[in-house]
Design a protein around this ligand. Structure first.
Ligand code: NAD
Length: 488
């Protein structure tokens, strides 16, 4: 059955469908970046809440600024913005059709997006625009000289970035005497609320410094820790959805059973009662965020590059690869868990054990390639901060230096068996060039100060990095992992 509002009754026998009346929903949230993660996480929590009969004035309107978002919009519009979410753990696979999204604005239509942002009914503007979407350097500092931001500074009435659009929306609300909305980042970035605030304020400062100050002082940007492993959708998932549940969904989402959301409770314009469906509201989200980003996202980076270099396709297969699994164990135990500060009501060893079980879940079909993607934006947030913490604690980050060398080796674009790695980073061309230069001069890689800051000049990191890189070139990934594990 082709998924649409009209076919929900037919689908009801095969999957859970919304029990609430979608026609009565009122948009209260505008979301930028309606990719897979948003549809597996925020939209699912809202779907759960709507099922309880509450929060119906917080339906989602989607928005996007990337050309590729137009295709997403066509697919979603073609099925009345419904999404099949397939949740899988080792024992169970279940499908539900979620309905909290009710519309998506035309991509690239600044006037339509700004007008919607000024709608008094919109009280939250949320986003999942990837780690690279915030225009920050390796120190997490916003870069107003980026051409896209500079362009919004020059044409504040025709903004093209998320931050220029949000600023213009806040301005129009101000002119109309409407209370500002709350801005909620849901990306994997340390202190995502603060980073997002800096991006909006920094963009607006280019055209109207006084208004930028007003935003800084007035608008709420709660930070949040978000977690649910959500692979990209491929033909495999589309076919599986049709064959298993009889639902013809142009863009279903497959994800794990586990989900977690820890949020700062700072929503002056109001918020849905998400605590009723499992969201944890805390005064300070940073301990949760550090734990998750260093252990889980860092862990993903640790297994991704050796697995990629050894031609491993799926993440659960990486975990079945003994050398990769033991590399993860040793590195997490020696250089990641020790630098993660305590988290309320959480045992870090238990948390890590859970993460390993989640990585090993064979059902969700997450790919090594997805984890390898966008290292240039992910390494600074997931790995470099842990390197710096080890150095501060007086420990040599030998294992994280190997992780860095594996990423460099991966960016040469060839696996150990000689297979070509297709471009897998927005800066791929540049990375390949640097990785090739690093074959004779390892410092050519660490000279990427936008990733490494000044770590090139820290011999306790730079020396093991150069040694590992040389060993990878000479002996390959497996032998190098063995050497790290004390077996070579
Ligand atoms: P996706 O590729 O499905 O969607 C990404 C969305 O971000 C798209 O709408 C895209 O157009 C938009 N985007 C990308 N770059 C942008 C930019 N520079 N400006 C504005 N929009 C931009 O990816 P996804 O799986 O939905 O993941 C998105 C983000 O969600 C991740 O980068 C991460 O921060 C967060 N997240 C993902 C997961 C996961 O398992 N997938 C888990 C936790 C958090």
């Amino acid at each position: 059955v082709r998924l649409s509002a009209a076919t929900l009754e037919d689908i009801a026998g095969k999957a859970a469908v919304p029990g609430y009346d979608r026609a009565k929903l009122v948009p209260g949230i505008l979301h930028f970046g309606v990719g897979n993660f948003h549809r597996a996480h925020q939209a699912v929590y809202l779907d759960d809440l709507f099922e309880t009969g509450e929060g119906h004035d917080f339906a989602i309107v989607g928005a996007g600024v990337m050309p590729s978002d137009a295709a997403m919009r066509d697919k979603l519009a073609g099925q009345d913005y419904l999404t099949t979410v397939v949740e899988q753990d080792n024992a169970r696979t279940s499908a539900r059709v979620t309905g909290p999204m009710v519309d998506m604005l035309p991509v690239g239509d600044a006037a339509a997006i700004v007008e919607k942002l000024a709608d008094p009914a919109i009280r939250i503007v949320s986003m999942t625009v990837t780690e690279g979407g915030y225009f920050i350097d390796s120190d997490g500092v916003f870069d107003p000289s980026h051409p896209a931001i500079a362009a919004d500074g020059q044409n504040p009435d025709q903004p093209k970035t998320v931050f220029g659009l949000i600023g213009a929306g806040l301005k129009l609300r101000g002119e109309r005497g409407i209370q500002p909305f709350t801005v909620m980042s849901c990306d994997n970035i340390p202190h995502n609320g603060k980073v997002c605030r800096n991006a909006v304020v920094g963009t607006m400062r280019l055209s109207d410094p006084a208004f930028a100050d007003w935003i800084d002082q007035t608008v709420a940007f709660p930070s949040g820790m978000v977690d649910r492993i959500t692979p990209a959708t491929s033909q495999r998932e589309i076919d599986h959805c049709r064959e298993t549940f009889g639902i013809d969904d142009a863009w279903p989402v497959y994800c794990e059973e586990f989900k977690q959301w820890v949020l700062e409770d700072d929503f002056p314009a109001g918020r849905p009662a998400l605590e009723k469906v499992g969201v944890q509201f805390v005064p300070d989200v940073s301990p949760y965020e550090t734990m998750k980003i260093r252990i889980l996202n860092g862990g993903h980076a640790i297994i991704a590059y050796p697995a990629g270099l050894m031609d491993v396709h799926f993440v659960h297969e990486a975990m079945e690869t003994d050398l990769v699994a033991r590399f993860l164990d040793k590195l997490e135990a020696e250089e990641v868990l020790p630098i993660v500060p305590p988290v309320p009501d959480t045992d870090l060893a238990d948390y890590y054990a859970l993460i390993k079980r989640r990585f090993a879940n064979p059902k969700i079909g997450d790919t090594v390639r997805r984890l390898c993607f966008d290292g240039s934006n992910r390494q600074p947030k997931f790995i470099i901060l842990s390197i710096l913490d080890n150095l501060k604690a007086g420990r040599d980050p030998v294992g994280l230096a190997l992780e860095s060398a594996l990423w460099c080796r991966y960016c040469r674009g060839v696996t150990d068996s000689g297979k070509t790695i297709e471009p897998n980073d927005p800066n791929w061309g540049h990375l390949v060039e640097r990785a090739k230069a690093a074959e004779t001069d390892p410092m050519a890689w660490l000279a990427m100060s936008e990733v490494y800051g000044s770590l090139k000049d820290e011999p306790r990191f730079a020396k093991p990095f150069a040694d590992w890189l040389a060993m990878l070139a000479e002996k390959g990934t497996a032998a190098t992992l063995k050497a790290y594990l004390g077996e070579g």
